[in-house]
Design a protein around this ligand. Sequence first.
Ligand code: UT7
Length: 345
Amino acid sequence: MPERIKIGYLGVGRYLPSNVLTNAHLEKMVDTSDEWIVQRTGIRTRRIMSPGESVVSMATAAARAALEHAGIEASRISCIRAGVNTHLRFPSLAALVQEELGIPAISASDISAGCSGFIFSVEEIYNRMFTDWILTGQTSYGLAIGVDGLSLVADYSDRSTCVLFGDGAGAAVVGPVESGEILATYTRSEGRYADLLYLDEILSVPLEDTEAMRFKLHNGIPYPFLRMAGPKVFVVAVRSMISDIKAVIDRYNQLSDSPLNVSDIEYVIPHQANLRIVTAVGEGLNLTPDQVYSDGIVNYGNTSAASIPIAYVEQWARRPGALEADVAFGAGFASGAILRRAPNR
Ligand code: UT7
C-alpha cells in the first residue's frame, strides 16, 4: 500500500460559559437531591449560557481558540462542519461562525446527529481532505465544531432530564500532521429509535391552544423541550458505544496491512452522557478507570455534541503517540467513533 498522507488535529479549543448550575440550585427547582444526582449520574456542576451568550458565540470562541492553538490563520480554513442540535434556525451555525471569523466563500454547513455531531463532522472533513489530496495532490485545513446549548431545550420542570444537561462548545483544526494522525472513523444512525430521544414540535398543537404549546425564550427566540426515555436510552447507549469502538477498529483493519485489536487502545474519550454509562463502556472494553475520560460529566454535565472536543483541550498531548479512541451516542440514534494517535505536542 502506498504511503498515505497523515491527517489529524493541529489544535483544539473550547468555550464554557462562566455561569455554574450546581446540584444545590437544581434542588430548589425540582424534587431532586445532590445525593441522587451524584449517585445516578456523577454530575456535580454544569455551565449554563447567560442571556448575552448563544450557540453561535460559544462556537466562535471555541473556533478562535482552536485556530490560535494550531497557529493557523482563519483565512486558511477551506471547510467548516458544525455538529449542533440547538441552532434551530437558518442560516447554518457554521456559516455564521465563518462570517464571525471573516472567512470568504468556503464550504460551511451543520450536521444534525445528536450528541455524535462532532464525530460526524470530523469524518466529513477527514474524507474530504483525503479526496482532495487524491484528486489534486493538495492539502488544506478544516474546522470541526461540536456545540450545544441544551439548557435552551431542557424542561426545568422534568427532574428525569433537566439535571443532566450543560452548555458548551469545542473545536478542532483538522489538517496535515506529523503526529496525531486520525486512523479511521465510523458512523451510523438508527432512526427506529426516534421516539426515545427527541425535541417537541412547538407547532404540533392547535395554534389557539397556547397552554399545550410549551416552549421557552432565550434572547427572544422560542425553543421546544427535549424528551427522553432515560433508562431505555441508557441501555442502547452503552451497547452502541462498545460496538462502535470495535467497528472503528474493523474499519481501520480493512484499510491497513498492520491490523490492530481493541486491546491495543490505550485511552478512550466517550461522550459524557452519564458517569455510569462512561464506566460501563470502559468495563465493556476491559479498560481500567484511568484509561477512560470522565471529568467532563462530573464538571460540565452532558454538553451533547460538545462533550468530546471539550475533553480534547484537557487531554491534548497527555500521552504522546498513544492509540486513542473517541466514541459518541445520541438522538437518531446516531453514534460513531474516531480512532487516532495522540499528538506529540
Ligand atoms: O446524551 C444522549 C444520551 N443520553 C443518555 O444516554 C442518558 C441515558 N439515561 C440516563 O442517564 C439515566 O437513565 C437517567 C439519569 C436519565 C435516569 O437515571 P435512572 O437510574 O435510569 O433512573 P430512572 O429513570 O430509572 O428512575 C429511578 C427513580 C424513579 O423513581 P421511582 O419510580 O423508582 O420512585 C424516578 O422517578 O428515580 C426517580 N428520579 C429522580 N429522583 C430524584 C428520576 N430523576 C430523578 C431526579 N432526582 N433527578
